[in-house]
Design a protein around this ligand. Structure first.
Ligand code: 8YV
Length: 308
């Protein structure tokens, strides 16, 4: 079975794919490969960073499966894949803990000012200027979770330990002990912190609109561990710069790895480089699930974790 790697992957996954399947990486420029050995490619392994668009699918006529490293697959044209009968898998479940841990870390950091106060100490401002300004209390805070899928639920479970008042908005109501709120604006209006945990893609583009950001207000915080596309980033930046939003903890951006320059100078913003699933344990588990999908596809033409 011919396996092609599209875009960068974890070095240990690249090595395993090479060893097990003699997988090659799509070269840049790709044309001589696509016009030659590309015709044999049956399985592509890619990640949420690169994905497979309709143009690439057209040029891989034997392609039957796209195996995605990552829970999110918004960079792959899944509608086109379905039309062509190409199966797609992702890596759900195994990263929920780490992504939820990161969400909690960002909530605590942005509300309590941990990263900003670390800079305060390093600059020598503590000795020179006295105590750090007061922050906001996390325990007992009202948290709105936008998207109560597996990751949203893992975040909620952790917040229970902080006695937070949890509400959520989701495509469908769930049988959970948290309050369902029917629109993102209402959710934001009654939350101290809004946590974005929906999938990316056209359906959720700019779900966190200027109106939602305004509803959070100058005392509210936004945490995004999902996709940059979900947030109207120019509106977010404008609100943060003008002090119309209390703060933000951001692990996802509209044009990664580029971060809006206006955010760099703001102490009430915590910026992390899309690291939510980035631990040795979780990235290994994601890689193992990718390998299990490829192995099962070779055996019987089905995937372990097909997208629904
Ligand atoms: C990335 C993620 O996939 O799972 C996701 O959806 O965003 C991350 O785990 C990972 O960084 C590889 O692109």
């Amino acid at each position: 079975m011919t396996v092609l790697q599209v875009g960068p992957l974890m070095p240990f996954l690249e090595a395993d794919l090479r060893e097990l399947y003699a997988a090659r990486r799509l070269p840049d420029p790709p044309d001589s490969f696509l016009d030659g050995p590309g015709a044999q490619v049956e399985v592509v392994v890619t990640s949420g960073r690169t994905g497979v668009d309709a143009g690439l699918m057209r040029r891989l006529p034997a392609l039957r499966a796209i195996v995605n490293f990552g829970a999110g697959y918004d960079t792959t044209d899944v509608a086109e894949a379905a039309r062509r009968g190409i199966a797609v898998s992702n890596t759900p479940d195994v990263l929920d803990d780490c992504v939820a841990d990161t969400a909690l870390g960002l909530i605590i950091d942005v509300m309590r000012g941990l990263s900003a106060s670390d800079r305060y100490v390093r600059r020598g401002d503590w000795a020179a200027g006295g105590n750090y300004p007061l922050a906001r209390k996390v325990s007992g805070a009202r948290v709105g979770i936008l998207g109560l899928g597996r990751i949203g639920l893992a975040i909620a479970r952790r917040l229970e330990g902080f006695d937070c008042v949890i509400s959520y908005h989701n495509r469908r109501r769930r049988d959970v002990p948290y309050r369902y709120v029917s629109t993102p604006v209402e959710l934001a209006a009654e939350a101290d912190v809004l946590v974005v945990a929906v999938s990316g893609g056209p359906q959720t583009r700019h779900l966190v609109s200027a109106e939602v950001i305004a509803a959070l207000g100058a005392d509210g915080f936004l945490v995004n561990i999902a996709r940059g596309s979900v947030v109207d980033e120019p509106a977010l930046v404008a609100a943060l710069v003008a002090g119309r939003l209390g703060g933000a903890g951001l692990d996802a951006f509209a044009d990664e790895p580029h971060v809006p320059a206006d955010l760099l100078a703001l102490d009430r913003v915590v910026l992390t480089p899309h690291l939510a699933s980035g631990t040795t344990e979780t990235r290994r588990a994601m890689a193992d699930l990718v390998l299990a999908n490829v192995a099962q596809f070779r055996k019987n033409g089905t995937l372990v974790t097909p997208i629904v």
